[in-house]
Structures are given as C-alpha cells and as structure tokens.
Design a protein around this ligand. Structure first.
Ligand SMILES: *[C@@H]1O[C@H](CO)[C@@H](O)[C@H](O)[C@H]1NC(C)=O
Ligand SMILES: *[C@@H]1O[C@H](CO)[C@@H](O)[C@H](O)[C@H]1NC(C)=O
Ligand SMILES: *[C@@H]1O[C@H](CO)[C@@H](O)[C@H](O)[C@H]1NC(C)=O
Length: 438
C-alpha cells in the first residue's frame, strides 16, 4: 500500500514535471535555431584571444560626418528627436533615402510608400518573410547563403528549396564569377507553391556579383511563376575589379515584385547602429506594416536622423571623391587586394571576390599541419577552425556553414575571412598565418 502511494506520488510528480518542462520550453519550431558550433567558437575565442576575422564588422570608426551628426542631434535641444517617430520610417530619412535611390534606380520613388526603415537589414528580412509566407509556401535560397534566411523561412512556417552555386573550374585562379548556378536546376525548382526567391548580391561569403544575364534569367522565372524576389544587397556599395552591382528591381516588370534590402551598418561602417531599409512596390511594402508596429514600433529616432544627415551629404557629393560611399569602396578594395595577395603568397588558394566584405580561402593545402584529415565530430572546416583558433590564433568562419546539409561538401575546404578591418589587424593575422605555414 505504502509503495503504491509512493508510486502514485511519483507518477503525479513526473507528470507535473513534464508539463512544467513543456511550458518552460522554447516552442518546437524555434528549437533548431540554437547555434552550438558558434558558441563553441566563441568560447575558444574568449580563451585564446585570436585575431578575429570571423564576423563582418569593422574594427574602425564610422565616418566622422555620421558621428558628429549624432553628437549634434544629442545636444540640439530638439526634444522631438528623442521621442517616437513614424513607425515606417522617420520622415527626414525616408525622404533622403528616397531621393538617393531615385537616382540609383532612375525612377521617382515615393518616400512614404516605396521606402521602409527597419532595425538593421535583419529586421527587414524578418518582416519580409513573416508578412509574405503562408504555411507551406516555398522560398528558393541560393547557396552559399546568409544563414538567417533558412531559419527565418522556417520560423515563418515556410519551406526552403536550395540551389548551390558551384565553381565551373577547379584549377588556376578562381574568382567569384566562376561560381554559377545550373539554369535547368533553377528552372526545375520553381512551381505553383513557390512564393519567392532570395538573391544576395554581392554575395556573402564569396563576393559574387550576379551578372545582368543571371539576374534576367531569375527575373524571367519570377515573372513566369508570379513570385516575389527578396533582393539582399547589403554589400551593394562595395564592388571591385570594375564590376557593377545590378539591381534586379530595375529590370522590366520587377520593381513591384521585389523587396530590396540595404544596410546602413554595412554602408557606413556602423553595424551596431542597427539601421536597415527596404525599397520596393507600394503594395508589398504596405504588407510589412502588418508587423512593424507590434515588433519594434519605430526605429530609434536619433539614429534615423543621423543617417538622414549622412544620406543628404551623400546626395550632395554623389559620385565625388568626398562621398564616403565612393572613398570607402576604394579603401576596402585595397584591403581586399592586400589580404588576397598575402594569403596567395602563403600558399592558400582563394576565391577572388568581386564585392562585399569577405574572402573565402582554401585551407586544405595547409591542412597537414593541423592533422585534420577526417571528420571527428563536425564538418572538416569547423574542426579546422577550432584548431586554428587554438594554434594559429586567427579566427575565421567555416564556409560549409553557408550550405544546406546535402551540399556542405562544397564548402568544407573553405574559411571565410573578412578584410574590413584596420590595416594593423590584417597584418597581424597574416603574420600569424605565415608563421604557421612556414
Ligand atoms: C586544369 O584542369 C584542366 C581540366 O581539368 C586540365 O586540362 C589542366 O591540365 C589543369 N591545369 C593544371 C595547371 O593543373
Ligand atoms: C600531427 O600528427 C603527427 C603524427 O601523429 C605528430 O607527430 C604531430 O605532432 C602532429 N602535429 C600537430 C600539429 O598536431
Ligand atoms: C579546396 O581545395 C581542394 C583541393 O584542391 C578542393 O577539392 C576543394 O574543392 C577546394 N574547396 C574550396 C571551397 O575551394
């Protein structure tokens, strides 16, 4: 009897505990969002203090014009600049960005209906996917991809369909231009359930700038199947080797179906300021309103005011040497050239980027040093990076993490490094790598 009571007690306790666990748990659909590998990297980085070229964030200051604009705003005495502003974008900022993109797109934009301001490009992506995805809607994602695309589609209860860029040659100098998608494969992915395709150009991480021909091919499929395009162009102002960034929204019949996303952080070396923008057709942009107020209400007013001031400055200096956008592009191109030359001299093959913040280097030529020849727990590059943080004291990012599980093999030989760092930081990293390679 006594045992029976104990047994009953145990049963009820277990039941109570398991109910507790459910109620205190993150919902099922978010469970795979946890990033265990990266936590491990960060723990190692904390311990070994490597030179960090892993994340796309500059280690130098934003332009003085942006910082002094912010400081003036703070001391202006204009109390309104400390309060809520319009949910969908501060008037002065949407006007400035509207004028700027009217020039770039050669089309007059309505600042209140064709421009939308967000907390970084990340919120722009989140709103775009949440407000355009019904359960089961398919999004086509081009690998290598920016990792949040996949999670955000899943969080919106959508379905991901992948197509990988692959190099069309295996020896000699390989540039990001040599990485292309198979047109038949892309054609086959489109179907009645396709809600849209996400295109990232210049691409993170390989720096590919999609050509007019490629974008036209994608646009024709989007029109044929009447789908949306999310056009992630956060690296639009960093283009090298005389390549030109082409905006898919400028192709015939594409403006109304394209959500184009930009980043103040990437454009003006201020990733912590968390300012992003969207431009596109009035109908699709009005859909974003369904969530903005409930998610963030409005984007911080002083930050929007400061970005308005720098965009007004960019408009006055459009295409001139005292435009930050123009001079920063030149500066970053020289950093990119330096790191590519150095890595190549050290015997690492790189994918030469045409744009963006990153270079992917092939570590396999130096792998014997690290004794990493077969998988232990994770992907080869992940194992290698852990080894590298400990032994070389340089921190890069695994290229395989930009691919879906079936395509990870394409990326396993690569490490992504950012070159948008101080000259001194880049020199330190190269010195450490050369010591190891010798
Ligand atoms: C590069 O690859 C091509 C085709 O696979 C081959 O014919 C050529 O000999 C290779 N060149 C070198 C330098 O390995
Ligand atoms: C690699 O393995 C060999 C043989 O097992 C060992 O002698 C060498 O010290 C190892 N090198 C490193 C860098 O761990
Ligand atoms: C790295 O080099 C190896 C050996 O040449 C090759 O098999 C692999 O595909 C390369 N990986 C990348 C990402 O370039």
């Amino acid at each position: 009897m006594r045992n029976f009571v104990l047994f009953l007690l145990m049963l009820t306790q277990t039941k109570w505990l398991s109910t507790m666990a459910d109620k205190f748990d993150v919902p099922e659909r978010f469970k795979s969002n946890e990033e265990s590998v990266f936590e491990e990297f960060n723990d190692l980085a904390e311990q070994y203090q490597p030179v960090d070229l892993s994340q796309g964030a500059p280690d130098f200051n934003p332009p003085l014009k942006l910082r002094s604009a912010m400081s003036k705003i703070m001391f202006s005495g204009d109390s309104a600049l400390n309060q809520y502003t319009r949910d969908y974008g501060h008037p002065r900022l949407v006007n400035a960005i509207g004028k700027y993109y009217s020039k770039l797109l050669n089309r007059i934009l309505d600042p209140y209906n064709n421009i939308f301001i967000t907390v970084g490009a990340t919120e722009a992506l989140f709103l775009s996917l949440q407000t355009h995805t019904n359960p089961g809607d398919e999004w086509i994602i081009i690998e290598p991809y920016y990792d949040p695309y996949v999670k955000m589609v899943k969080d919106a209860l959508g379905v991901t369909r992948f197509i990988a860029l692959k190099p069309n040659k295996l020896n000699g100098t390989i540039t990001s231009d040599d990485w292309t998608f198979d047109r038949q494969e892309l054609t086959n992915l489109f179907n009645v359930n396709t809600k849209g395709i996400i295109v990232n150009t210049p691409n993170n991480p390989i720096g590919k700038i999609f050509t007019l021909d490629e974008l036209t091919f994608i646009a024709d499929l989007a029109k044929k199947w009447d789908t949306l395009v999310i056009f992630d162009e956060v690296y639009q102002f960093l283009t090298f080797n005389n390549k030109k960034h082409i905006r898919i929204a400028t192709l015939p019949g594409m403006f109304e179906r394209t959500i184009s996303i930009g980043s103040g952080g990437k454009a003006f070396s201020a990733t912590g300021w968390r300012l992003g923008w969207v431009y596109g057709g009035a109908k699709i942009l009005s859909n974003l309103r369904a969530l903005q107020t409930n998610v963030v209400m409005s984007v911080p007013t002083p930050i929007q005011e400061a970005f308005a001031i720098i965009f007004e400055d960019e408009l006055r200096n459009f295409g001139k040497s005292n435009s930050y956008i123009t001079s920063f592009n030149k500066l970053v191109e020289s950093k990119k050239n330096y790191i590519i030359k150095s890595l190549t001299e050290l015997g690492m093959n790189v994918i030469v980027p045409d744009g963006g913040y990153f270079v992917v280097a092939n570590w396999t030529t130096l792998a014997h040093e690290a004794n990493i020849t077969k998988k232990t727990t994770g992907d080869l590059d992940t194992e290698f990076i852990k080894w590298m943080i400990k032994n070389v004291k340089v921190f890069g990012f695994p290229f395989s993490s930009f691919f879906d599980k079936n395509d990870k093999y394409i990326g396993e030989g690569g490490i992504r490094f950012t070159y948008v760092k101080k000259e001194k930081t880049l020199k330190n990293a190269i010195e450490l790598i050369s010591k190891w390679g010798s």
